[in-house]
Design a protein around this ligand. Structure first.
Ligand code: NI
Length: 434
């Protein structure tokens, strides 16, 4: 199957300069085979997508979320993280069924697609249901089962959560044409005992996979860790071998100079979640310092109950603005750097940089088309600045993953939208009485 995208303003993300005006993208099956200003020679498309002057970008990568948490959107707000999590979120999560998770993840995926997300890193439970959604919808995802253990006397070999994460790996790693990968998901230092962490490292190394974890999200997390173990969370995780595995560390809001050195030494990718960190009053991660040190910083929405949406354009906007304001330095985090966080850096964080994050021959055809015929895009002095400072999630019209159209001019091709809303409303009502 050959697809030709035409009349496109292509933001390739290969470099800031490589923006192709009025160009073409040729796709054969799931891969990009041509990108350029001229019509590709000897390329006979069966399908033509006319962008009518729209912007074409690599699909956005949401490197940290909990997709089913859309079900708890606006359920508990304006609370500190620990109170929010332990007193409000954890008790209601105990009542959720696998079917709830299926529909919730489907809704979360719909919302992500609407804002141009073609790939996400998810950590939650009943992850088998999320994998089914990813497979059915045709999106790309890195999945991990959230792992917690508060009791050091529990035998990790008998731990239900760990067994589920291992089974998830066995069932889904590399499935759906390689669109699904499975990492292990130790939740954080404050929800995992040291020996549990070490067992997770051992299992990750045996499976040959990576780790997705929350790190130094709040000052409270740091203070408790220092009190209990005499170390910062980064140092603690480093000492227990977590970072010997390919790792994505969500948040890293409160990291010291030494922490940053350790993250750099182990090539840990940090995921910046500005919306969630602001809403939970956690603080603002020192991303410019981390980037100066060469740490790979990706971008995430976190879950919809601490955000309260899964809108990558909002995160890109916040990422570009926050550091400027906080440091009173308008040159901090340039527009292109914010866009890199949501594309190439996300791909690198998830170990997928050979396949996604750029529009380039050889890459997977994970592509979004943004409608530029909107008041907030006129005039077009700088398309990259417009994408970062002016674009809205609703501007994304068409989205492809693996060369397949998932959303076509705003219409979902693999999701029955009404069926999802019906089920979510039903679950929402029931939840109050469980
Ligand atoms: Ni999170």
């Amino acid at each position: 199957m050959n697809t030709l995208i035409k009349n496109a303003n292509i933001i390739t993300m290969e470099s800031e300069q490589k923006v192709i005006k009025n160009g073409y993208v040729g796709i054969t099956d799931d891969r990009i085979v041509y990108v350029g200003e001229e019509l590709p020679e000897d390329f006979w498309p069966q399908r033509i997508l006319d962008c009518r002057g729209g912007a074409v970008l690599p699909g956005l990568i949401n490197a940290h979320t909990h997709s089913p948490m859309v079900l708890l959107r606006s359920y508990a707000d304006d609370l500190p993280l620990q109170e929010w999590l332990f007193n409000r979120i954890f008790p209601v999560e105990d009542k959720l069924t696998s079917e709830d998770i299926y529909w919730a993840s489907m809704l979360g995926t719909m919302e992500m697609i609407r804002s141009g997300i073609t790939c996400f890193a998810d950590m939650y439970y009943f992850m088998d249901e999320v994998a089914k959604v990813v497979s059915k919808v045709g999106i790309r995802a890195n999945l991990s089962r959230g792992l917690q253990c508060f009791d050091d006397n529990i035998d990790p070999l008998q731990d239900r959560r760990l067994l589920e994460n291992e089974q998830l790996f066995k069932d889904w790693e590399g499935e759906s044409n390689g669109r699904i990968r499975v990492f292990l998901g130790p939740h954080s230092v404050y929800t995992c005992t040291p020996s549990y962490l070490e067992y997770i490292v051992d299992l990750a190394q045996r499976l040959g996979t990576g780790i997705h974890i929350h790190v130094s999200e709040t000052l409270k997390e740091n203070e408790e860790c220092l009190e209990k173990y005499g170390k910062t969370p980064v140092r603690h995780l480093y000492d227990h071998g977590i970072f010997n595995c390919p790792s994505i560390a969500a948040h890293c809001v409160h990291v010291s100079e030494e922490d940053m050195s350790l993250l750099k030494e182990k090539n840990v990718s940090v995921v910046y979640n500005p919306g969630s960190n602001l809403k939970l009053g956690s603080g603002i991660a020192p991303v410019t310092s981390m980037m100066e040190r060469g740490i790979n910083v990706a971008l995430g929405t976190d879950g919809a109950s601490s955000n309260n949406n899964l809108n990558m354009f909002e995160e890109i906007h916040l990422a570009a603005l926050l550091s400027k304001g906080v440091k009173q330095q308008p040159t901090n985090i340039k527009a292109y750097e914010a866009l890199e966080m949501a594309t190439v850096n996300g791909a690198k964080a998830l170990g997928w940089d050979k396949d996604i994050g750029m529009i380039k021959p050889g890459m997977k055809a994970d592509i979004i088309i943004v409608n530029l015929n909107k008041p907030h895009f006129y005039p077009m002095h700088n398309i990259i600045s417009n994408m970062v400072y002016s674009a809205q999630a609703g501007d994304v019209e068409t989205l492809l993953v693996d060369g397949k159209i998932i959303m076509d001019k705003g219409e979902f091709k693999t999701i029955d939208e009404e069926e999802v809303y019906y089920n979510i409303k039903k679950i929402g009502k029931e939840l109050a009485y469980r």
